[in-house]
Design a protein around this ligand. Sequence first.
Ligand code: SAM
Length: 232
Amino acid sequence: MREEFIKLKEFIDQEMGSRSSIQVLEAGCGSISHLHFDREIHLVGIDISKKQLQQNTDLDESILGDIQYYSFSPAIFDIVVCVDVLEHLPKPELALLNFANSAKTNGLIVLKLPNVLSLKGLATKFLPHFLHILAYRYLKSKRKSVSRSEAAPFKTYLKFSTAPNAIRRFAFQNGLSVVYFDTYDITATDWLLRKRPAHAVYRLLKAVFRFISFGHINDSEFILVLKKVANR
Ligand SMILES: C[S@@+](CC[C@H](N)C(=O)[O-])C[C@H]1O[C@@H](n2cnc3c(N)ncnc32)[C@H](O)[C@@H]1O
């Protein structure tokens, strides 16, 4: 597990305190679940892709549905986890509202996604999808099939409403508080480190962008945890 996820897991474990059994929703669960907990959990996964859901053997319950529109019962989850999904939604704020509604009071919403205000984020947002596929093929060249709907790279919108400050504003307006924030960069991932030319070019461009934006354009990934402090 990545160092950032180990730190995050420790934080979540602390927040869950003495709760022995927890209800967890993995939103856009894909085919594997990244977070594992040292307590009894009931893991519900929702994904828009039947194929991804069928491959996910971690789930206790699976829902084929769209996290922007699916109607969850209110206040049922201790934790909602959403890893690398909000960037693929045309209306991420609807999914965030859904998460806020389905989380219990004092429940957590754990988000991990690329920062649109980063070199990778801006390139992903403004370059056409076929270039994402070519870049993905080059960087993860062991993977043979890259289809449009069922396998990565999934269509990406990366709305500005998913930038960290926009999510902070959303939290403030919707009875949530930001209790955890961390960032890291894809330069620290093994597969990019193995591609030396791409790694060197990326690091150089990142340094240039960070300099000309006075530090505002920086790490490519962030983790943000929201806590539901009030019933809306
Ligand atoms: C990049 S994958 C991430 C999967 C998993 N969370 C992970 O970290 O490995 C994005 C996932 O979001 C799912 N997805 C995309 N749009 C969705 C939507 N509107 N509702 C539910 N799932 C969606 C895709 O099918 C895919 O499984």
